[in-house]
Design a protein around this ligand. Structure first.
Ligand code: SF4
Ligand code: SF4
Length: 181
């Protein structure tokens, strides 16, 4: 979440409405991965003046961070980047109509670079297809399946004779309280 004051000057949404499809909107009980019933993909939001605060405040990371490559433009990449979990997670929300988009180049190569940086700073890179999540890790990708409202994704590393090996799994948030990821 951010606001219009912090946007990259030379980037605009244009005709893109992809976040109205891939993102969930709690106020509308709209699930992730399905078009909002108020969205006309050609004309935009049908309730623009009264849209929920979650919609008002949201801009994808491509619009906020100049360091995100131009070629991540959601309209063409079919990927909507968002920083979640208080900055600990970079989420890549994938258009369900092109579920393999994140595996294409140059995107996948960049996700692996971010994954390597993330593990060094206790952060995550997570591909999201609706409620299904896939952890992108330096040495593998782990499909943890559908993550419930009371669950989160834990990533971990263990030392092996050939170096660090990474994994990821779903866990109940309540079970992690007082623990750590
Ligand atoms: S995904 Fe990004 S570029 Fe597309 S409409 Fe949403 S905020 Fe704008
Ligand atoms: S209310 Fe409007 S801005 Fe929010 S998801 Fe629906 S169409 Fe998009």
């Amino acid at each position: 979440m951010s606001n219009a004051d912090a946007l990259v000057p030379d980037r605009s949404c244009g005709t893109c409405t992809l976040c109205c499809k891939v993102m969930g909107v709690r106020e509308l009980n709209k699930p992730a991965g399905t078009w909002c019933t108020h969205c006309d993909p050609r004309r935009g939001c049908g309730i623009y003046e009264t849209r929920p605060s979650g919609c008002r405040e949201f801009f994808c990371t491509w619009r906020i961070e100049a360091s995100i490559p131009e070629w991540f433009r959601p309209l063409t990449s079919k990927l909507v980047l968002a920083v979640e979990q208080q900055g600990r997670r970079l989420a890549i929300h994938v258009d369900p109509g092109t579920p393999q988009a994140w595996r294409q180049e140059p995107y996948y190569r960049q996700l692996k670079v971010w994954a390597q940086e993330a593990v060094a700073t206790n952060r995550q890179v997570i591909v999201r297809l609706g409620k299904r999540m896939i952890a992108v890790l330096p040495d593998c990708d782990v499909d943890v399946g559908v993550v419930g409202e009371d669950e989160t994704v834990v990533t971990a590393a263990r030392q092996t004779p050939s170096g660090l090996a990474y994994t990821a799994y779903r866990a109940k948030v309540a079970d992690l309280l007082g623990g750590g990821t």
